[in-house]
Design a binder for this molecule. Structure first.
Ligand code: PMP
Ligand code: GLU
Length: 395
């Protein structure tokens, strides 16, 4: 019945991160001892003070439709958070709260792109950016990077990628999947290019801002000459272990916020009332409340880097944030392992699933076909066991 469906949906790839997570769950339910390093989801519980705020909201009868752009109290909390953590000044009319940062991003892409408009995607990029551009009938223009330059683009590459059709560029620092972080100076050099093109908008996805192992996150909108061209995207999924609560938000020029409000009003309405009240508690809490987790992620990162670097043919950068490693495994292309010929990263990822019972995600999904992604948002014991299995298979 595929031909009964719209071209739009037929053209859309499935999310490889979610597909691999589903596959791992299915195999587990069939009794296979799978260790899933596929999904980017903290393995901690939502902190108690946030859960208590949600329970209070239920008892206080928060049960009606919410304003499309989010409760005013929450938008005020977002403004306070942006001021405190990011030195950014926004008013509540510039904030739109959505059902996850995913919806927040989709809104922005939908309201800015016309068919044929180009969106620049520095590689590696999070899987859904490309799919959202595709849905909006825009054209994705990848800007390639490599492990040698820590998966970051240069101002010259940016300048060369821009055409009269360019409308958007996605930045995501700390990056999913590479863990790379742009410094203020690196961002400034890119801003010096973008400032010449006032019709190009920057989506700055800062969802991993607190999962950072050195320095502080620098928000792109902090450059005064970039403020009007930047949409800052964030959410509570990663920093507060609230993936299932589904709250994200944008801070943007007011006309973009208004347009996102209109879009969301026709598709989903305001985000969940209980989760919004819980998010106020999360955003008002000092960052020190989540510090322990960041320390734990750093320990895991070091563990994973140490163990993986002992495996033949794993070429790694040192991630400075988020909770992924993204080794280049192209050394294995053309080789045969356990009877399987490896032609690309998908073959390699499938080999790890089939022969080592470890689920990862192929780099193709992120625009880097030489790599695979492993999420280390799981216990040290499981990480050790997973890498032992991979080592036994490959060495
Ligand atoms: N941006 C990036 C880079 C992500 O990794 C994720 C993870 N899902 C999201 C946005 C969306 O997060 P959520 O919808 O859970 O807020
Ligand atoms: N962002 C996470 C990941 O990259 C969650 C899955 C998704 O929403 O794509 O694994």
């Amino acid at each position: 019945m595929k031909n009964h469906l719209s071209d739009r949906i037929n053209r859309l790839p499935i999310s490889q991160t979610l597909a691999m997570a589903t596959k791992a769950r299915e195999l587990k339910s069939l009794g296979r001892d799978i260790i899933s390093l596929s999904l980017g989801e903290p393995d901690f519980n939502t902190p108690d003070f946030i859960k208590e705020a949600a329970i209070k909201a239920i008892n206080d009868n928060y049960n009606s439709y919410t304003p499309v752009n989010g409760y005013l109290e929450l938008r005020k909390a977002v403004c306070r958070k942006l001021k405190r953590d990011n030195e950014l000044t926004y008013n509540t009319n510039q904030i739109v709260v959505s059902t996850g940062a995913k919806q927040a991003l989709a809104n922005v892409v939908m309201v800015l792109l016309n068919p044929g408009d180009e969106a620049l995607l520095p590689t590696p990029f999070w899987v859904s950016y490309e799919a959202m551009v595709n849905l909006a009938e825009g054209i994705s223009v990848p800007i390639p990077t490599s492990i040698e330059n820590d998966f970051k683009i240069t101002p010259q590459q940016l300048e060369e990628a821009i055409t009269p059709k360019t409308k958007l560029i996605f930045f995501n620092s700390p990056n999913n999947p590479s863990g790379s972080v742009y410094s203020k100076e690196e961002y400034r050099a890119l801003a010096n290019v973008l400032v010449k093109y006032p019709n190009i908008y920057v989506i700055s996805d800062e969802i991993y801002e607190h999962i950072l192992f050195k320095g502080t996150n620098f928000s792109f909108a902090r450059f005064k000459d970039m403020y009007k061209q930047t949409i800052t995207v964030n959410g509570v999924s990663k920093s507060f272990a609230m993936t299932g609560w589904r709250i994200g938000y944008i801070a943007a020029p007011e006309f973009i916020a208004k347009a996102c409000n209109k879009m969301q009003g026709q598709i989903t309405s305001g985000a969940n009332c209980i989760a919004q009240m819980a998010t106020i508690a999360a955003l008002d809490a000092p960052v020190s409340k989540i510090k322990l987790r960041i320390d734990e992620f750093k320990i895991r990162r070091n563990l994973v880097l140490d163990l993986l670097s002992k495996i033949n043919g794993f070429n790694l950068n040192v991630p400075e944030g988020a909770f992924y490693v993204f080794p280049d495994i192209s050394y294995y292309f053309g080789k045969t392992i356990a009877g399987n010929t490896i032609n690309n990263a998908s073959d390699f990822s499938m080999l790890l699933l089939e022969k080592a019972n470890v689920a990862t995600v192929t780099g193709d999904a992120f625009g880097q076909p030489n790599c695979i992604r492993l999420s280390y948002a799981t216990s040290q014991e499981l990480l050790q066991e997973a890498i032992k299995r991979i080592t036994n298979l490959l060495n």
